[in-house]
Design a protein around this ligand. Structure first.
Ligand SMILES: C[S@@+](CC[C@H](N)C(=O)[O-])C[C@H]1O[C@@H](n2cnc3c(N)ncnc32)[C@H](O)[C@@H]1O
Length: 280
């Protein structure tokens, strides 16, 4: 496997994914009962924005770089900016980008349990170092898909699973779909967030069509594109499929995604799409 998230850390897709992630966790932690959080493709936790990988495409400049310059006032987006800056101290400026594990931990309370799974040894070791010492936190160097079987359903019975694969192999769309189905089969009331890339090819539409016809209920998609859907090269948009979203999540996230689009796509290309694949 060659995938290195350090090329992409902090790009518009990371921003979109992490804003939604924090919005989900904020709602889950409103009730005092502890929750369970599983990140099946956790990455290394912290990414050096001045390093060679990040510098190559400088994707973060058009993502988190733009966002922090804009000081957005939407409540969901502002929460993300605040958490991001808090993960490495405001005074430092943005030299590193916090990945999903660090951002999620900043939302969890001491009694909440978190499991982070990362298959590449170097990334898993870096994650172990990046995470603050905390009880109820496990890092596994292992296969995230297998972890769904091992950890679901959790004793807490409330919580969230983030499935964020690299989509390097042509089979990853169907693996991700199977993972979601298996996860929901084992834990029907759990919340799941599955990230998918939107490119010129038909893969994302096929995934969504298959899930639309799956018989699963309560599936919401939140998409943010910064380029026209048919742009031939690269990532045009970022998609998140949420299973069992919180009450009125579609309504609450619309202004947040609109604010993100205004900032991350200054020429207005692409757009926002929020759709129920399947309601109640
Ligand atoms: C898109 S990155 C994760 C980014 C991270 N979730 C974040 O938002 O900061 C995908 C990660 O999955 C890892 N990976 C690839 N296949 C995996 C598997 N089967 N199980 C667990 N991790 C895997 C890659 O090494 C990579 O670090």
């Amino acid at each position: 496997m060659n995938y290195r998230h350090s090329f992409h850390a902090g790009n518009f897709a990371d921003v979109h994914k992490h804003v939604v992630l924090l919005a989900l966790l904020e709602r889950l932690t409103r009730k005092p009962k502890p929750i369970f959080y599983l990140d099946t493709h956790a990455g290394r936790g912290r990414y050096d924005l001045a390093g060679a990988d990040a510098a190559r495409g400088a994707e973060w400049r058009e993502g988190v770089g733009r966002l922090l310059e804009a000081s957005p006032d939407d409540v969901e987006v502002a929460r993300y900016c605040e958490r991001l800056l808090a993960t490495h101290g405001r005074a430092a400026g943005l030299r590193t980008y916090a990945g999903s594990p660090l951002l999620a931990l900043a939302s969890l309370r001491p009694a909440d349990r978190a499991v982070f799974v990362e298959r590449q040894r170097s990334e898993a070791s870096a994650l172990q170092v990046a995470l603050p010492g905390r009880r109820n936190t496990t890092v596994l160097c292992s296969d995230g898909y297998a972890a769904l079987k091992a950890y679901l359903p959790p004793a807490e019975n409330r919580g969230l699973v983030l499935i964020d694969p690299p989509y390097e192999s042509p089979h990853e769309f169907s693996m991700a779909e199977q993972a979601l189905r298996l996860g929901l089969d084992r834990w029907p009331s759990g919340q799941f967030a599955l990230w998918y890339p939107i490119k010129a090819g038909p893969e994302a539409q096929r995934l969504l069509a298959s899930l639309r016809n799956s018989g699963l209920r309560k599936l919401l998609t939140l998409e943010l594109a910064t380029r026209p859907a048919d742009s031939p090269v690269g990532l045009n948009g970022s998609g998140l499929l949420i299973a069992n979203p919180p009450w009125q999540f579609d309504v609450h996230m619309r202004p947040a995604l609109a604010a993100l689009h205004r900032i991350l796509s200054p020429d207005g290309a692409g757009g926002v799409r929020i759709d129920w694949l399947a309601e109640e």
